[in-house]
Design a protein around this ligand. Structure first.
Ligand SMILES: [Zn+2]
Length: 687
């Protein structure tokens, strides 16, 4: 027993008095560390849930935050390592922890004792003395307990739980059907004329795919890296039609794999059960239930928002479509464009109009120049300085560590970066939380973030060179990072991005991207790898024109998905003679300029809302774009490096994190509610 305890104390994951000790962490530390913390937490919770009316901030909320924070600090490096150093043993340990955590959080969310504790605090005299952060912690907690059915009568509670469990398995089934149907189709081509136009990198991959199944030629599948380039570049129209047809009927009665993978009934059941669940919690429909935790107030506000944007974009989209049709007819001899022709001719038109490829931009964006330029940009905006720090334990030689100091020179945030692609590292880019800001015994716990990207590594002496897309990605993730690190809130559950409404989380990230498109900022972040010259103005002009290429058509597509989602969850089945398909048809009638063929079963593969977390939330993409464009408009008015405006964004948005309602924070910064005009203006869609 003593030996076991000594062993646990040696577990570097449990040492949370320092930054994670990456050089000491071994796979065998992972599961015991999480088990230990969960066990400790459960024993604290048993004590807290008996406090009932006796619960107050000090004896209840403080210890609850402490145990949650410890769990997060212990798990953060585990989850991070799983993303950047994937290997079999680590993944098994990670997944074991995930299942423990899932049980733990389910129990926590259903804990009536904790619910009573928060209610007691809300009803106590001390509540009136709380600042907005403490109040929001209490009200958010009570709201979330209510949304998970904790306060229902036993009979209804039982039903609520049944529905939740069933919905979780239906969501999995939806995803599995889609995956199986995607995998059930492939197309192996052997003639050169069949693959004309397809880029070499896609062909190489298709060749490998064929070899892997013992075939000759090129094997194409419905997975994005195969499907998208084929639809964009393949000259063979009939093959594009074939591939499109398979793709848009996935997981439907007529799709690859047929009825075995059909999601139609799954969708009906999901929608029916979501509606019932919302009704149990006292909401008229699932959309209102979902919006309870979002910045948008109600379905009506979302509908109005979307239809206004659609109304303003439609004539532009018609013009874009006409331009595409004329181009296809006049230069390519193609009449009567079909759904499987749009991406193909759009790409041709784009190439012809802008003659600017992402690849050709790389020499202007050496990574060290971009990084230092980005630090310079945020320095001018928010008065902070960013410097590298050595002698910190890291997980890989590519990783680095930085600290951010505020105007007074005090360290206010720290972050790791791991920017290059390599084997056994998950693809994509993300910001992860390592440590959240909070006050511990009168001392600030400094927030720490992970910034992970997958850029091409340096070769020999020459640095990593980024495309402009990659530069934008870096700014995006750093924007999330600043939200996490520049917070001044003293409670972990509402500091940084914690407690921020779902549809407002992308504001700081999309906001920071704007600087990648401004010539004054490009002077700081670009410098030709040979000459040091910043990106020439004519290239920037082309880049900006390319950004708005077919912007209205894209806007309408996103609005179509968003409106479909919000109406589907707004109780569509209450009206007679409506089906999922008829809701979609109706939306398309209203907003689309391109109507897909009747066999299209887009909805059967809409995993964002049926298999993921976007139900009645797909509009968030557009919502956050409007917020960030409108916030940026303020800088366009006052100067993109205007320090007063920068400070206002810092003080009202970044520092406040999730401690107040996102709408109140936005209004505090902008002096009014968000307006769609800025996005339309910046997209070239103003009247
Ligand atoms: Zn993001």
């Amino acid at each position: 027993m003593i030996k076991l305890l000594a062993h646990m104390q040696d577990n570097p994951l449990l040492d949370i008095h320092t930054l994670p000790r990456f050089e000491d962490i071994r796979v065998e530390h992972i599961v015991p560390a999480v088990e230990t913390v969960l066990q400790d937490n459960r024993s604290v919770i048993v004590r807290l849930e008996t406090l009932n009316e006796g619960a107050n901030w000090e004896n209840f909320a403080v210890p609850l935050e402490a145990i949650e924070d410890r769990l997060n600090r212990v798990f953060a490096p585990i989850s991070h390592l799983n993303g950047v150093m994937d290997e079999e043993e680590l993944r098994i340990a990670y997944e074991t922890c995930l299942s423990y955590l899932s049980d733990y959080h389910t129990d926590l969310g259903q804990n009536e004792g904790l619910y009573r504790g928060f209610k007691a605090i809300a009803n106590s005299p001390e509540y009136a003395t709380f600042d907005s952060a403490r109040r929001k912690i209490v009200t958010d907690a009570i709201r979330d307990f209510h949304l998970s059915g904790v306060d229902l009568l036993p009979e209804k509670k039982k039903r609520f739980k049944e529905i939740s469990e069933r919905l979780s398995s239906l969501g999995n089934r939806f995803g599995q059907n889609l995956l199986d149907s995607t995998d059930a189709w492939s197309m192996t081509l052997t003639h050169e004329d069949e693959i004309a136009g397809v880029p070499q990198s896609t062909l190489d991959m298709a060749r490998q795919e064929a070899e892997a199944v013992g075939d000759h030629g090129w094997r194409f599948t419905l997975k994005a890296p195969s499907y998208l380039p084929f639809m964009t570049y393949a000259d063979n129209r009939e093959l594009r039609r074939k591939m499109y047809t398979a793709y848009v009927t996935r997981a439907s009665e007529n799709g690859p794999g047929g009825e075995a993978f059909d999601n139609t009934e799954t969708i009906d059941e999901i929608l029916r059960l979501r509606h019932e669940l919302a009704a149990l919690a006292g909401f008229p429909n699932y959309a209102e239930y979902s919006l309870e935790t979002k910045m948008a107030t109600d379905v009506n506000e979302v509908e109005t928002f979307l239809t206004n944007l659609a109304g303003r974009s439609k004539s532009f989209a018609r013009r874009e479509l006409a331009e595409l049709q004329n181009f296809a007819r006049n230069t390519q001899g193609a009449n009567d464009l079909k759904a499987w022709d749009l991406a193909y001719y759009s790409e041709k038109l784009k190439e012809e109009t802008f003659k600017l490829s992402q690849e050709s931009l790389r020499p202007w964006f050496p990574l060290p120049k971009v990084i230092n330029g980005m630090f310079d940009v945020v320095g001018r905006l928010f008065g902070v300085t960013v410097k590298p720090v050595d002698d910190i334990q890291l997980w890989h030689p590519d990783a680095r560590f930085f600290e951010i100091r505020d105007v007074e020179g005090m360290v206010c945030g720290q972050f790791y970066v791991d920017l290059y692609a390599r084997n056994r590292k998950r693809g994509g880019a993300w910001m992860g939380e390592c440590v959240s800001r909070r006050m511990v015994d009168g001392e600030v716990q400094i927030p720490v973030a992970f910034l992970v990207c997958n850029f091409s590594p340096p070769v020999g002496d020459s640095p990593s060179l980024l495309t402009h897309d990659e530069v934008t990605t870096l700014f995006h993730e750093f924007g999330h990072g600043l939200h996490h690190m520049l917070t001044r809130v003293d409670y972990a559950s509402v500091s940084g991005i914690n407690g921020v409404e779902w549809d407002a989380v992308e504001l700081p990230s999309q906001f920071l991207e704007n600087w990648c498109w401004e010539s004054q900022a490009l002077d700081l972040i670009s410098g030709h790898v040979e000459t040091g010259e910043s990106l020439p103005v004519d290239m920037l002009d082309k880049l900006r024109a390319g950004k708005n290429f077919q912007v209205a058509m894209q806007m309408l597509r996103q609005i179509e998905f968003s409106l479909f989602d919000i109406r589907l969850h707004g109780g569509y089945q209450l009206a007679s003679n409506t089906t999922v398909q008829s809701v979609l048809d109706q939306v398309r009638d209203e907003v689309a300029v391109v109507i897909p063929p009747a066999f299209n079963r887009f909805q059967n593969g809409f995993s964002h809302i049926f298999g993921g977390g976007y139900a009645a939330g797909y509009y968030s993409y557009k919502w956050a774009e409007v917020l960030s464009a409108d916030a940026f408009e303020c800088f366009l008015e006052n100067g993109i490096f205007d320090s007063d405006t920068g400070n206002a964004f810092l003080v009202n948005i970044l520092e406040k994190g999730g401690s107040q309602d996102a709408m109140d924070l936005f209004v505090a910064f902008r002096g009014r509610r968000p307006d769609i005009e800025s996005l339309l203006e910046q997209s070239g869609l103003a009247a």
